[in-house]
Design a protein around this ligand. Sequence first.
Ligand SMILES: [Zn+2]
Length: 203
Amino acid sequence: MKTSNKNVVERVDGIRGNYHAVRALEVALAGGHSIVFVGCADSEGDVLASIAMDAGAKGYFIMPCPCGHFGSRSIKCSCSPAKIMRYRSGKKVKSRTFDDIQIEVNVPRPRDYTDTQHGFKNAIIRIDKAKQFLPMVSGKLEPEPRRLLDRGIEALGFGPKTVDSVVSVSKTIAALDGSTETRSSHVAEAIQYKMFNRGELRT
Ligand SMILES: [Zn+2]
């Protein structure tokens, strides 16, 4: 294993909880996708963003609202809905989430402080395999995954650029799965990564 990989593994394994965010990082690194971690100031979103950058991906960190606590389990957000809307449609957030970012993921403050990751080493192996496998994955969607994507377009208002991004991320997820076909489960996971600013900020 390369020294840089060892460093990445050690840093990811220090992240508390937030397995879904670490999985999103795995997808971003496998496909070279840009990723934004959305979390409050005391989440580890900034750490994950810096790991992504150091591992060669475009990684960003933003707060979900001006006070940083929207969706927090422990601290109440003090922002009005109008203030949150203004913040999210503002230049800093909008340019990062809508224009360039292929993966958006929430990083809540972990509930269990002793619960850390283990074994990102295996993820690095999966990432390397997926990179080689990716050119063999077909982006052509069969009727079932296609219907799922169409529902996303309709319900979440995906534009053409977002659709391209979802298909591209779906292919990476298929590659991680060792599948040459892009299936419904791959599309469903890719859609999960496009939920920020679409009415559902998941915590
Ligand atoms: Zn707030």
